[in-house]
Structures are given as structure tokens and as C-alpha cells.
Design a protein. Structure first.
Lengths: 255, 351
């Protein structure tokens, strides 16, 4: 009898262990790799650094223009599942089209299969925009001088345009947090913004391409006149607010 | 039994003698050297680039220093690296174009040497022709306007020297000498040339106040509506004072020297040269890739009123049609005072 009793205990134990393993199997979550690629276009025509340095684009105001440098910062990437807490991805990414760096970033093992609303911040929010805090961005000379509030650029877009007198003139479309330093105290206005890429269902390792239409920076709602707003835009409060407004429709998911 | 025991002991003694002999005459393990990174850098910018295939060692740096100052690397024994890179001039010289062997002169101004391990893009020379510090050190030895030698001749000279074979053994573990080891040693030495103790560095560390003139000069440097120097030349959070990349800063309307364009073959790169660091300007005149400006005043005047337009001029060069950013005389003087606050007396041995 004692022998049967021992055997019963063993079988009971095995039963619970096997149940426990089954439950683990059911709850086990497979984490996937999600790659974000960053592509660029001018009203639908693909733009790479091979297209730089020639006056091949025409902006909404009618100026022929070139691109010689394009880099921008995105941060605070989030994946919001349906009816669950938002998953925030640490870090930021400096996309440098000129040097073909930062055009792809992979998020490893943070995301499981599901349906998500995906978003990121163009630039840094005020909490993250801490002066001198990021050694890699300092090393890339991405800083904004303290007299303009410190922190970092959001975007540097540079090139040349054909001015009204038919000469080629340089432009520097640099986006930062808007600041008015004409008074006794600097007056700030937030110009970072959230880009909501919409809802995506992820079932396996996935690549998502975020596309920037560069022409939009010069188009909507503010038709941009480089003859007026081509240089010295960092301390230009109104220009920064206009960039913020024009940036709202710049990004979208690529097809 | 006893006979076998003696035999084993004898073999053991022979083997241990053999090991000792090998250790003392053929191999040597150089002593690793940790680069001392100044606080003003470690708190602000990324760590230096130290190649894994040429780690710093005490013996390697010492050998590199000896080679750097040794004129026997040149074809006629008259020119060393230090002939054109003089320590009291922040490792440049004060000639427009340096004099090489036979009195030959180059076509570009000698570059000062410091903080080279923080050149993250690893493009060296005014035109970016070299892709590493080791690669850079290869060229002057055989350049007919510089040291005018051949590498086989350099190796023979060093092999016949009473000291070098032993120094190479200590630096690299074996006494074989070749061009790769020569430039590796020189590059190791060059990576130890660190300048980070200027008045402005001390200001960043909180141990010194700037003068009102230096403070205003810093503002001129940083304001987009004034000097706007910072987009290419760094800022207090990037105290290398260079972006280490290539720009056409409006020196010429047409180019006799294509600069980066000569290397890449891309016309869009014509007239672009590496941004030099603004550290140690007090010691490094004349200025620009061709040493055309004798004084800092001339340099500031260039950006203020002297810009020349060309198809590849950098978009950051403002008001080109007016000749530049049109600084007032006071702003020019203040900017100069700020620029001089970036000079490091310790580095040139003045303190």
C-alpha cells in the first residue's frame, strides 16, 4: 500500500508539473524585431544623397532649390497596443541623409505580435532636450547655443536656391525650439511635435518605412519664400513656429 | 627507476632553459597605455578612436616619439616629422608652406597636430586623403617635397641603427622593422598629443571666469545673426572646436586646389577643405589650407567682408553677395579675444 501511495504522489507531481509547463507555453510571448527605415521624397520622387547639390527641386513658392545637407532627430518612439499601456522605446535616432547614417534603426525584443498605434516625436520634448546631455549628439555638433535656450537642433536642412536676381544663394532651414530673445527674458514656444504613423498589425519581424516629404516643409500651411526666410532662422521665433506648422504633414508611412 | 627520474629532471631543466632563452631574446609584451582623457572631453564628447589593431603601449608611444623627431627617416637625413610639426607651434610650423628636403616646398600649410584621436570620421589631411592616422603617416615619408625617402631605405636605415631593433622589439614584441610598424608607432605617439587646458577649458571646468570681451566674443561666435561660427567649429559642448568635416568657406571664386574634390572626384566637393580646430590659434599662424592669412584679423575680415562666391560655397556662408556677415569692429575684436581664449599654453610648453 505504501508503495502505491508513493507512486500516486509521483504521478500527481508530474501532472502538476506538466500542467504548469502547458500554462507557460500558453502565456509565453514571442518578442519580435521591428526595424524602422527612414526614406525621403520630394512630392513622391525619391530623394537620396545622390540627388544632392543640384537645383533639381522646385518649392511651392516657385524657387528652384537644391539640398546639400539633411539631418533630423526623432525620439520617444512608442507602440500603443489596443487597450493597453503604451510601450516607449528608449533613446533617439539622428537621421543623417547626407552621410547615409541613421537611416535604419532596429528595435530588438520589445514588441510582441499585435496591433499598435505607432508614434514618435520630431525633435526632443522639453524634458529630453537637456543641454549637452548626449555625448554623441555633442560630438555631431548638434547643439543649440545657450543664448537660444540650449538643447539640440531638431533638423538641419541646407542647400541653395535660385534667388529673384537669378543668383544661387544658400539657405539654412534649421528647426529648433522657438525662442524670442528680443525682450528682457527669452520667450519659448514648443515646436517639437508628435508624429502619429497610424495603426499597424505586427505578426512577425517587421520593417516599417517612415517617409518624409521634404517639399511639405515649404508648402502647407505656410508657403515658404526662401528669399525672405532663407537664413538666420534659429533666432527667428515666427519662422520656427511656421516650421512647426509645416512639419505636421511631412511624415507618413510608406506604402 | 632512478635512471628514468634523472632523465626526466634533465629534460625538464633543458626545457625550462629553452623557455627562458626565448622569453629574453625574441618576444616582449609591451605595456598597455591608457590614454588620459581630459575631463572637459569625457564629460561632453564621445571617447577617442583607438584602433584595436594598434593599441597604445608605453613602448610604442616612446618609439613613435623617437621616430617623429628623427631626421633619418628622410632621404638625406635633414627632415623629420617635427621639422614641419614643431611642438612650440602646436605641432605645425609658421611658414605658409613648409620646406622639405633639398629646399623643396609644398603647396599646403602644415596642419597642427592635437586631439587627433577624436577625429571621429577618421579623414586626415586638408583634403581627407588619409582614412586613418596610420595611413596619414605613410605619405610624408615618400613625398618628394617633404621627406623624399623610400620605405625600403627607411627600413634599412632603422635596421642598421644600434637602438631601433631593440625598441621595435619592445614596442611590437619582435624586432622586425617594416613600414607598417613605423607608422603605427608614430600614430600611437600622435594620439597622445592632447590639448585641453586653454583658458576656455578652465572656464568650462569652473576654475576661471572669462573677461567681458571674451564673453561677448563667445556670443558673436555662437549667434547666427553675427559670426555663426559654431555650425562648423563646435561649441562649448563640443570643445574640439571643429566638426572635422569639409566645407568650402568662400576663399576663392575659382579653384587652383580642388581639396576634397581631388580625392572623391565629385565636382560638388571641389574647393572643400577640412575644418581646422580653433584651438591654439595663438601658435599656428598662418591660417587656411594654403596659409594665405598671416593674422587672425585677416581671417575674421575674410568671414566678415571677404567671401568669394562659387558653385560649391557652403550654404552656411551667409550674405555672400555682401562679402560676409559684416561684423562691427568691436565684435571683431571681441571674437578675436574669444578665439585666443582657446589657446593652450601648457600644450606648447609655455607653462
Amino acid at each position: 500500500m505504501k508503495k502505491w501511495s508513493k507512486l500516486l504522489w509521483v504521478f500527481t507531481l508530474l501532472f502538476f508539473i506538466s500542467c504548469s509547463e502547458d500554462e507557460n507555453d500558453e502565456n509565453e510571448v514571442t518578442l519580435l524585431n521591428v526595424t524602422l527605415n527612414f526614406s525621403h521624397n520630394w512630392d513622391g520622387e525619391e530623394v537620396t544623397n545622390a540627388d544632392f547639390n543640384t537645383l533639381k527641386y522646385t518649392n511651392a513658392n516657385g524657387e528652384q532649390m537644391s539640398i546639400e545637407l539633411l539631418r533630423y532627430l526623432i525620439s520617444n518612439i512608442t507602440f500603443k497596443p489596443l487597450e493597453a499601456e503604451r510601450i516607449a522605446i528608449d533613446g533617439y535616432n539622428l537621421v543623417d541623409v547626407t552621410n547615409n547614417s541613421g537611416l535604419s534603426m532596429t528595435i530588438n525584443d520589445d514588441i510582441s505580435a499585435g496591433t499598435y498605434e505607432i508614434a514618435f516625436t520630431f525633435g526632443f520634448d522639453n524634458e529630453d532636450n537637456s543641454d549637452g546631455a548626449y555625448l554623441d549628439l555633442n560630438s555631431a555638433s548638434w547643439n543649440v547655443p545657450m543664448m537660444l535656450g540650449g538643447g539640440y537642433h531638431y533638423m538641419q536642412l541646407e542647400g541653395k536656391y535660385l534667388a529673384t536676381d537669378a543668383t544661387e544663394v544658400g539657405y539654412q532651414y534649421h528647426a529648433i525650439r522657438a525662442v524670442d530673445i528680443t525682450g528682457d527674458e527669452p520667450r519659448f514656444q514648443d515646436t517639437f511635435f508628435e508624429v502619429n504613423l497610424g495603426t499597424i498589425t505586427i505578426t512577425e519581424d517587421t520593417t516599417i518605412t517612415v517617409d518624409m516629404n521634404i517639399a511639405e516643409w515649404f508648402k502647407n500651411p505656410n508657403q515658404w519664400d526662401l528669399n525672405v526666410l532663407g537664413q538666420q532662422l534659429m533666432p527667428n521665433f515666427n519662422a520656427q513656429v511656421m516650421m512647426f506648422e509645416n512639419g505636421q504633414n511631412v511624415f507618413q508611412l510608406a506604402n | 627507476m632512478c635512471k628514468y627520474l634523472y632523465f626526466l629532471i634533465l629534460v625538464g631543466v633543458i626545457l625550462s632553459c629553452s623557455d627562458d632563452t626565448t622569453d629574453t631574446t625574441e618576444t616582449y609584451l609591451p605595456t598597455p597605455l591608457a590614454l588620459e582623457v581630459p575631463t572637459v572631453f569625457s564629460e561632453r564628447i564621445l571617447p577617442p578612436i583607438l584602433p584595436v589593431n594598434n593599441p597604445l603601449t608605453v613602448e610604442g608611444v616612446a618609439l613613435g616619439e623617437k621616430l617623429f623627431f628623427d631626421a633619418s627617416l628622410s632621404g638625406d637625413g635633414t627632415v623629420s616629422c617635427a621639422s614641419c610639426h614643431i611642438s612650440s607651434s602646436a605641432f605645425t610650423d609658421n611658414d605658409q608652406f613648409s620646406t622639405g628636403i633639398n629646399g623643396n616646398r609644398g603647396t599646403r600649410n602644415s596642419m597642427p597636430l592635437f586631439n587627433l584621436a577624436w577625429n571621429y570620421g577618421e579623414r586626415f589631411f586638408w583634403d581627407g586623403a588619409a582614412s586613418s592616422l596610420e595611413d596619414q603617416a605613410f605619405e610624408p615619408v615618400t613625398n618628394p617635397d617633404e621627406m623624399g625617402n623610400t620605405w625600403p631605405n627607411v627600413v634599412t636605415t632603422l635596421e642598421q641603427d644600434p637602438e631601433y631593433p631593440e625598441l621595435f622589439r619592445m614596442a611590437f614584441g619582435e624586432d622586425e622593422i617594416d613600414s607598417v610598424r613605423v607608422v603605427q608607432a608614430i600614430a600611437q605617439f600622435e594620439r597622445t598629443l592632447i590639448s585641453a587646458n586653454s583658458r576656455f577649458d578652465q572656464f568650462l571646468l569652473g576654475t576661471l571666469e572669462l573677461t567681458p570681451q571674451e564673453e561677448n566674443g563667445r556670443n558673436v561666435f555662437l549667434m547666427e545673426t553675427k559670426g555663426d561660427c559654431f555650425h562648423c567649429h563646435g561649441n562649448p559642448n563640443n570643445p574640439l572646436w571643429t566638426d572635422n568635416i569639409f566645407h568650402n568657406n568662400g576663399l576663392d571664386a575659382t579653384f587652383t586646389d580642388l581639396g576634397l574634390g581631388r580625392i572623391t572626384g565629385d565636382p560638388a566637393d571641389n574647393g572643400k577643405f577640412k575644418t581646422p580646430s580653433l584651438r591654439n590659434l595663438a601658435f599656428t599662424a598662418p591660417y587656411m589650407h594654403d596659409g594665405r592669412f598671416q593674422t587672425l584679423d585677416e581671417v575674421i575680415d575674410h568671414y566678415s567682408e571677404g567671401l568669394q562666391d562659387s558653385p560649391t560655397i557652403d550654404p552656411l556662408m551667409k550674405s555672400v553677395a555682401q562679402g560676409g556677415v559684416q561684423l562691427s569692429e568691436q565684435d571683431k575684436a571681441d571674437l578675436k579675444a574669444f578665439l585666443l581664449s582657446l589657446s593652450d599654453e601648457d600644450f606648447v610648453g609655455n607653462n
